[in-house]
Write a protein that binds this ligand. Structure first.
Ligand code: HEC
Ligand code: HEC
Length: 295
């Protein structure tokens, strides 16, 4: 370069500061090319795409591109992938879907978001439950753990009812039946309490009519198994006494325990409910259809 063109021979602009002279050299060619490419791309971009902001909108660009259109296109792409799966899910019954890993994975993936929006506030993000809401991730079911039953639960909601016994049992009967229930999960049988539980005493108790003669619960009325160590409300002596005294959802007892599962049949589509039921079923304690027929 220095042979062709000595930069120090260029025209002097006449400016000089501290013995530094300002020369009138043109910028290097690569730099000029870059400059032209830049402004040309800007002009082309402005012509093709929305660019210059106006008062209420912006220049539109001749391609007609908008970010909303792009979003719609992307959503349509995803829908197109989902649609055949959704169609299959709609047409199959739950037991069939449970045997199809690909469909099951698809359904559960979609259901996670719905669960997070509608169910997690009460049941916890992974169905782990809470002090007032039942665990969905174990195999202890109030109403039954087949996929079909779970669909019913979600669609119509559930409300377990246990009458308060504070006024129907004598103090002794109450003590006895509480002792009996406390003993159940450790395998101890407290005879006096057993009689109250079975409704063999004078008082109207007949716990067995809902919880079963074996106290293992009855899914038809949502009465829980009292013989295991999983407790819906509380398994302490005090907690059990409270449940027996005040009942569950007993409108006549102001201190009753509340437990209402809202109905989602109108808020969610059938397909969404189907997907949710498949997710809940797989949380850990789903039952096969045959097992549920035992009652
Ligand atoms: C407002 C709180 C609340 C919301 C929201 C809620 N649930 Fe429930 N759910 C409950 C309560 C309370 C029960 C227990 C009802 C009872 O004890 O009778 C229950 C019971 C259930 C059961 C029955 C469990 C069993 O052991 O049989 C299932 C299944 C269930 N819910 C699934 C769902 C799903 C899926 C959603 C989201 C679509 C959902 N729930 C949203 C409060 C809620
Ligand atoms: C009309 C039916 C019915 C009768 C009668 C009944 N229960 Fe219940 N019981 C239920 C239902 C339903 C639930 C669960 C409510 C829920 O979770 O929504 C329940 C819950 C309980 C619980 C709470 C269990 C837990 O996991 O925390 C205890 C304890 C209990 N019952 C004991 C008794 C005893 C003892 C008697 C008799 C004195 C009795 N029940 C009579 C229906 C009944």
């Amino acid at each position: 370069m220095s042979e062709k063109h000595d930069p120090y021979e260029a025209k002097d602009t006449g400016h000089e500061w501290d013995s530094i002279r300002e020369l009138d050299n043109p910028p290097p060619r690569w730099w000029m090319i870059g400059l032209h490419i830049s402004w040309i791309s800007v002009v082309v971009y402005i012509i093709l795409f929305p660019a210059v902001p106006l008062i209420n909108s912006a220049t539109k660009g001749i391609l007609g591109w908008t970010s909303i259109k792009r979003l719609h296109a992307q959503v349509a792409e995803i829908e197109a992938v989902r649609k055949p799966y959704d169609e299959k899910l709609k047409g199959m019954d739950m037991e069939e879907i449970l045997k199809n890993n690909e469909l099951l994975t698809f359904a559960q993936g979609g259901a996670k978001v719905i669960f997070g929006d509608h169910c997690a506030p009460c049941h916890g993000a992974g169905g782990q439950g809470g002090p007032k809401f039942p665990v969905l991730a174990d195999d202890d079911w109030l109403y039954g753990g087949t996929a079909e039953t779970i669909v019913e639960t979600i669609t119509d909601g559930r409300q377990g009812n246990m009458p308060a016994h504070a006024s129907t049992l004598s103090k002794k009967e109450l003590d006895d039946v509480v002792q009996y229930v406390v003993g159940l999960s450790s395998g101890k049988v407290y005879e006096a309490g057993l009689a109250v539980f079975m409704g063999e005493t004078e008082a109207e108790a007949a716990c067995a009519s809902c919880h079963g003669v074996d106290a293992k619960g009855m899914t038809m009325v949502g009465a829980p198994n009292l013989t295991d160590s999983l407790w819906r409300f509380s398994g302490t002596e005090e907690g059990i006494r409270y449940t027996v005294e005040h009942g569950v959802n007993d409108e006549e007892d102001a201190l009753t325990r509340n437990a209402v599962m809202p109905a989602f049949g109108e808020k969610l589509s059938k397909l969404q409910i189907k997907k949710l039921a498949l997710l809940v079923h797989q949380f850990g304690g789903g039952q096969a259809a045959v097992v549920d027929d035992e009652e």
